[in-house]
Structure formats: C-alpha cells, structure tokens
Design a protein around this ligand. Structure first.
Ligand code: ADP
Length: 266
C-alpha cells in the first residue's frame, strides 16, 4: 500500500491532489545536428509530505528531470503541475518567481559563499524578497537552530566541516519556506557517517513539518532512508517502489557513531 497521508500536513480535502503531478513529459537536447532525448514520456505524482529518492545510472535523465521539477527548464511536451499550478505553461519570468518563492535546492557541492558568515548565507534568499534585514537575520538564526548550528552563526562557511556546510545549505534552502525541497546528491561529497547524519536531518524535517523532498542519489545505502524509490533508465521511469521498511537515519547515525568510537578505542 502506498501511504499518501503524512504527519505534519493538514488532511483537508483540498490536500488530496498531489503536490507534484507530471504527465507524459518529454525533453530533448539539441546538440548541433544531433537530438539527445533525455526525458522520454515520464509520468509521476508526488503527494505532499513524501520523501522520495530518484536513482538510476549516469545519463538516465535524473538531472534533466530534476531541472524540470525545479522550474530551471521547461519540458518540450507534457504537463507539470505543482500544487495545482500548470508550470509547463508559465513564462520564464513566472518560472523564476515560482522557483524563488516555492522551491528549495540543495546540491552536492553545498554552493555557499565562503567568506560570508553562516548567518548571512542562510538569510541570502530573503534579500530577494521584501523582508527587512533584522527580520532576515532573526529567521536565519531560527533556521540555523533547526539544523543544529545556532552556535556557528558568525563563523565563515569555509570554517565548517562538509556536514556542517550541508546543514547550512539546507537551512538556506528552507528559509523561504518552500513547498518542495530538491536535493541533488546531497551526501555525494560526504563520508558515509556524515551522509547518514544529513539523511537524519532530512527525515526530521520531513516528519516534523511535512516537507516534501525529492532527492537524487547513486547510493542504495542512502535511498533506504526514503519512503519511495523511483529509478530512471534511458529517460524513462524503470521502477517505482514504495519502501515499506524506511530505516531511521538518526538510529543508524548513532550506531555508526558508536562503532567509530569502539574502533578508535581498540
Ligand atoms: P543523469 O542525471 O541521470 O546523469 P542527465 O539528465 O544529465 O542524466 O542526462 C540525460 C541525457 O541527456 C544524457 O544523454 C546526457 O548526455 C544528455 N544531456 C544532459 N544535459 C545536456 C545538455 N545540457 N546538452 C545536451 N545533452 C545533455
């Protein structure tokens, strides 16, 4: 059974339509004379509050699909609805506005401003909205607290570990209160233990506030912490599997920590 209701979200009738509705979407790149079909007739719905993984070999169309979901690009044909809005019909300007206000992005390489404080990195997306400096900093401090980095607010981001930098990037992605978080290999630059800690944070955000998360990963070891795994092959959805036994990443992180302590003591 696919579980379509989620903790933290209101279950009023208006919430019954999926947050993401993609129907028969196609995208082909044109390189000189050559057509490169990247996404070939993908249909997918994502209910609000779901945490799903997108997997598949390199070149299978995952990034192209994430770009479409993230309103960074438009499909050639097909339909994409985000929270009821027909995204596939929007102009470039409307897409940018939707992207800035409703979507959050996290990347493998964190993409923080290295000589800027952690607090200002997190507050940055709000500078494009009419929020006062004081309010921006207050919200950024609250967000840093949520990701467990309140005590690092005045550090520069290049003074932090990889795991801490990714937490800052997550806080920055969430400060505009997006309805969908898109994470492109967020654990790809981290050691496995730190990667599990990041998954614990994402699981916590998903559970506590019903945040919908789509995460691209190559690692089955990371996908086991998500509720559903969609695998791409040759631009199509090859499989779409509900995870009936989602593992608890914070318990896995604690176990990995204990194991590391034990081997250090031996
Ligand atoms: P994945 O993220 O699974 O590695 P991509 O979406 O990046 O897959 O790529 C799907 C296909 O589209 C591949 O054949 C790739 O070479 C091609 N492709 C991706 N981006 C571009 C681009 N900007 N221009 C031309 N071809 C591209």
């Amino acid at each position: 059974m696919i579980r379509h209701s989620h903790a933290g979200t209101d279950s009023s009738p208006a919430d019954d339509s999926p947050l993401v509705e993609v129907r028969d979407v196609w995208k082909t790149y044109h390189v000189g004379e050559v057509d490169v079909p990247a996404v070939r007739g993908v249909s997918l719905t994502i209910p609000a509050g779901q945490f799903l993984a997108i997997m598949g070999p390199s070149g299978s169309g995952k990034s192209t699909f994430m770009h479409l979901l993230g309103c960074l690009d438009r499909c050639d044909s097909g339909e994409y609805r985000l929270s009821g809005t027909l995204v596939s019909r929007l102009s470039k300007r409307e897409l940018a506005s939707l992207r800035n206000r409703r979507l959050g992005f996290v990347f493998q390489s964190f993409n923080l401003l290295s000589r800027t404080t952690v607090l200002d990195n997190v507050a940055l997306p709000l500078t494009y909205q009419s929020v006062s400096r004081r309010e921006r900093r207050k919200l950024a401090a609250e967000m840093l607290d949520r990701v467990g980095l309140a005590d690092r607010a005045m550090h520069h981001s290049n003074q932090l570990s990889g795991g801490q930098q990714q937490r800052v990037a997550i806080a920055r992605a969430l400060i505009t209160r997006p309805i969908l978080l898109l994470a492109d290999e967020p654990t790809g630059n981290l050691d496995s233990r730190t990667g599990i800690e990041i998954m614990a944070l994402l699981q916590q955000l998903n559970k506590e506030s019903g945040l919908t998360i789509a995460l691209v990963t190559h690692e089955p070891d990371i996908a086991r912490f998500t509720q559903r795994c969609v695998t791409f092959r040759d631009g199509r959805v090859a499989s779409d599997i509900v995870n009936h036994a989602v593992e608890d990443a914070s318990a896995a992180a604690a176990a990995a920590h204990a194991e590391a302590e034990l081997s250090a003591a031996v």
